[in-house]
Design a protein around this ligand. Structure first.
Ligand code: SF4
Length: 212
């Protein structure tokens, strides 16, 4: 099976397996997703979802967060790890949204990339989830699963994986496909244990690259 065919079949099966897979970070406004993705670096989404509740209780909008002292933000976001740099980025980011975008999140990939603490993964997540645009989010699950399944071969660098996936994933499927990889990576094709191939819906088509 060629990579493109394989990709389409994987998309089809994961859709069936996880029909409602979406972003596992809670948010009801675009700027909140921006905050959450920064906090999610080296932290679980579940913990981020709890921490942001405290943050938004105290700072309910972009202006409030932009005006907050970085040290005060740090106290709240500390449980997510890397408190100092995350607080610094969130503060700087909210100030830019307030001063340059009238409090809104820009719907342009390159503009997102210029925001403090926003890399390709975060920018893609926001493009896909907030704006419904084509997106490929290469997080740790995506990279591990795409290598194992055989959609890419021995590529670990996120940007390179993203570029390879753009060639074989229909753009409109990218965002949901990546969310489904997260679900599948947590439940079945796990990182810390041996993957549960015997109960995997991709068992007969997966190339099992790097699996002993
Ligand atoms: S068959 Fe095994 S290696 Fe392939 S995706 Fe499923 S669990 Fe992962």
């Amino acid at each position: 099976m060629r990579k493109k065919e394989l990709a389409l079949e994987v998309i089809k099966r994961l859709k069936k397996e996880y029909p409602d897979a979406g972003c596992t970070l809670d948010y009801d406004q675009a700027w909140k997703l921006l905050v959450s993705v920064r906090l999610a670096a080296q932290c679980t989404d579940a913990r981020v979802n709890v921490v942001v509740e405290h943050l938004y209780e105290k700072y309910p909008d972009v202006n409030a967060l932009a005006e907050a002292e970085t040290a005060d933000i740090e106290v709240i976001v500390k449980p997510c790890g890397l408190g100092k740099s995350k607080a610094r980025d969130i503060s700087a980011c909210m100030k830019i949204l307030r001063d340059e975008y009238n409090g809104h999140v820009p719907d342009d990939f390159n503009a997102l990339l210029k925001l403090p603490g926003v890399g390709r993964k975060s920018a893609n997540l926001i493009m896909g989830d907030v704006f419904g645009k084509p997106a490929i989010v290469t997080d740790t699950h995506c990279i591990r699963l795409c290598n194992r399944i055989g959609l890419v071969k021995d590529i670990k660098e996120p940007k390179k994986v993203e570029m390879e996936l753009w060639k074989i994933i229909p753009p409109e499927e990218g965002s949901d496909f990546c969310h489904r990889l997260v679900y599948h990576g947590r439940d079945v094709c796990t990182a810390r244990t041996k993957p549960y191939c015997e109960r995997c819906c991709l068992n007969d088509i997966c190339r099992k690259q790097g699996i002993k």
